[in-house]
Design a protein around this ligand. Structure first.
Ligand code: ATP
Length: 197
């Protein structure tokens, strides 16, 4: 099975590219979605409560606004949260991957390079767009402030560094048609359709 890592900075267009891949019948595993799933697990919640206090969880699961406010300001808390969530996400992603009967899987992982997971991939695709454009898109999509978005962006590896490490870069500063065209080129380079390779 060929493994392709999909990443990029906040608001770059990872989910947009993931949707385009799914539309082509390529399976995509979404690390954010898996993280949401594992963060509902009672054992995860118990560890979060123990690490930060019971006010960080609710009856429904994580108290997301409170947890976000803490970890995007406090690097040590962020590391603690990651050490609780990330190993569980990895284990679940492996399980999901094994259940796929496919010659290829794309893993959409925002912290692909930061977590050193790029070494487990056959190729990586970094989606990128200018900072101001990313901020504007996320402000519209999530209703976050410019400062909140910048605080989140600063917790990640700089976009320029991600570009350097990428096998392929998709520049997402124009139309979705331009993104489709770049994706077509990359899939071609990778040998899509893989089952016929
Ligand atoms: P995050 O890092 O926050 O998960 P992301 O990298 O997955 O974000 P998307 O959700 O794909 O980014 O894109 C951010 C927003 O910008 C979305 O609302 C999306 O519809 C919009 N968007 C992405 N690409 C384009 C484009 N080329 N033209 C117009 N809007 C776009």
């Amino acid at each position: 099975m060929k493994r392709i890592g999909l990443t990029g900075s906040i608001g770059s267009g990872k989910s947009t590219v993931a949707r385009m891949l799914s539309q082509r019948g390529i399976p995509v595993l979404d690390a954010d979605q898996v993280a949401r799933e594992v963060s509902r697990d009672p054992q995860t919640l118990a560890e979060v409560s123990k690490a930060f206090g019971p006010e960080y969880i609710t009856q429904e699961g994580l108290n997301r606004p409170k947890v976000a406010a803490l970890v995007f300001q406090n690097p040590q808390a962020r590391e603690t949260l990651n050490s609780i969530i990330h190993p569980r996400v990895r284990a679940r992603m492996l399980e999901l991957e094994q259940n796929l009967n496919s010659p290829v899987v794309v893993q959409d992982i925002p912290l692909l390079f930061e977590g050193g997971l790029d070494h487990t991939m056959d190729a990586t695709i970094v989606v990128d767009a200018p900072l101001e454009q990313r901020i504007e898109r996320v402000m519209v999509r999530d209703g976050l402030t410019r400062e909140q978005i910048l605080a989140r962006d600063h917790t990640q590896m700089p976009a320029s560094e991600k570009r350097k490490r990428a096998t392929f870069v998709i520049q997402n500063e124009a139309s979705l048609e331009r993104v489709e065209a770049q994706l077509e080129y990359i899939l071609d380079e990778l040998g899509w359709p893989f089952s016929e390779a």
